[in-house]
Ligand binder design. Structure first.
Ligand code: PHE
Length: 450
């Protein structure tokens, strides 16, 4: 029998695994997407639906994904292949692993472009570009910024380069070291900003906006958006949690780790929302401004408020930490695959994949300027197409099949043994991964592609 290919790397401790997974989960999804989709979908009621999705679907699939990674102990395609061999199930399941590897890489192509905006805005803020800006000027600044292919390419390259330089060093000297700096940094900044939010006089208003449900603003579309976002924000369906799980020693508790990851990701998203809306409302601006909330609305506030330079720079610094700690987790599944199955050195794998993602990312750069009116899928730009293919197709499919695999290929005993599920939760978990999660995800998938 052929030798099983296994990962040779391992996390130094349970805590650093949890931190790295939180680093992956907390990203542009929390700081950029969550506040604006909440704004667009009317606030409180949307937040409740989102929290339900996280609990009923996100958490079980997160546990499933980490468990698959640890049990298969290899890159996603290989981990699945290893389990398929042990359980004698269909080889077709390995497609799930390829979906994961490809999905992560493809999402990185455009995530890196937006993360680049974050770095550019951090530098702008640091050099006082926003001070005194009014609404028109902030809008003009954004329009000029995205109109420049060379500018966007530059910042996209910076993100990709930083990502490569971190992952090239491996799990312990690369990812762990970066996480040890970025995660405490992110947390401290968030708390400082929360402190500031209490002084804006608008904390109560943003609290009400986020937590007071108004169900009349809720549409079926909002439910779809909430579920899609629950996946995205927990980095599910792209093999990230699988590959991070594959570096996890057997004696760590997957269930406990997952609870931490979900709690931290959710709390950070909510605090970020409170901070952002306090700044927005405190300066008399609008919450429902869509994707422009972070890069168009917030700079107006930073331009007008006292201490805007300081808080603006901190804020965009936090965006950079959040985005980079997610970017490294998107490329890792593919790196481990090239290493384990194709004999690449880590260095070669990181540079090859980085270059691939960088090149495809140029299409997203151009979507905001030269290719603004070039449509790929239906009326979508290149950026929109990539986002749609990953977030609305590959991600739900990946998540659904992950749940099905864990639910139906493994017996209850195998499933619980691998994840360390406490017996009192075992049946509920079984029902969630076998039925609830796959069915709901399927419904959302069909709705979103039709
Ligand atoms: N969870 C990340 C965010 O919220 C995005 C992400 C998706 C990261 C998929 C890794 C894999 O920004």
């Amino acid at each position: 029998m052929a030798q099983l290919k296994l990962s040779t790397q391992a996390w130094t401790s349970q805590t650093i695994f949890i931190l790295a997974a939180i680093g992956s989960a907390v990203g542009l999804g929390n700081l950029w997407k969550f506040p604006y989709i909440t704004g667009e979908n009317g606030g409180g009621a949307f937040v409740i639906v989102y929290l339900l999705c996280i609990l009923l679907i996100g958490l079980p699939i997160l546990i499933a994904e980490i468990t698959l990674g640890r049990a298969g102990k290899a890159s996603p395609p290989q981990a699945i292949a290893n389990i398929v061999r042990e359980t004698g199930s269909s080889k077709l399941w390995v497609l799930l692993g390829f979906n994961a590897v490809m999905g992560g890489l493809l999402i990185l192509t455009f995530y890196s472009v937006i993360a680049g905006w974050g770095i550019a805005y951090f530098v702008d803020s640091l050099f006082g570009v926003f001070s005194g800006m009014n609404a028109d000027q902030a809008q003009q600044h954004f329009d000029d910024f995205v109109a420049s292919p060379s500018g966007l390419t530059f910042w996209h390259s910076v993100v990709m380069l930083l990502t490569i330089l971190i992952v090239v060093k491996g799990v312990r000297s690369g990812i762990e070291r970066a996480i040890n700096i970025m995660m405490p940094g992110l947390l401290i900044i968030l708390l400082v900003l929360l402190g500031y939010a209490t002084t804006t006089g608008a904390l109560g208003q943003s609290f009400e906006f986020l937590f007071k449900p108004n169900f009349s603003a809720l549409t079926t579309d909002s439910v779809l958006i909430a579920l899609g976002h629950a996946f995205f924000t927990l980095s599910l369906g792209f093999g990230t949690m699988m590959v991070y799980g594959s570096y996890m020693p057997k004696d760590y508790s997957i269930v406990r780790a997952s609870l931490w990851i979900v709690a931290a990701d959710t709390i950070i998203a909510l605090i970020a929302g409170l901070v952002i809306f306090s700044i927005v409302f405190g300066n008399g601006l609008e919450a429902g401004s869509g994707p422009g909330l972070l890069f168009q609305t917030l700079p107006i506030a930073f331009g007008q408020m006292t201490g805007g330079w300081f808080f603006g720079t901190l804020f965009f610094g936090m965006v950079v930490f959040a985005a980079l700690s997610s970017a490294i987790s998107m490329i890792e599944p593919a790196i481990s695959w090239l290493e384990q199955n194709w004999g690449f050195t880590r260095r070669k794998a990181a540079w090859t994949l980085g270059l691939f993602s960088w090149t495809l990312g140029l299409g997203s750069v151009l979507s905001f300027n030269l290719w603004k009116n070039v449509h790929f899928l239906q009326d979508k730009t290149f950026f929109g197409t990539m986002d749609f293919l990953t977030s609305n197709v590959m991600l739900p499919l990946g998540g659904m099949f992950t749940a099905l695999f864990v639910g139906w290929v493994w017996t209850q005993q195998q499933r619980d043994g691998e994840s360390g599920m406490p017996p009192k939760w075992s049946n509920l978990y079984g029902v969630l991964v076998k039925f609830v999660a796959p069915v709901l995800v399927f419904v959302v998938f069909v709705e979103s592609v039709t």
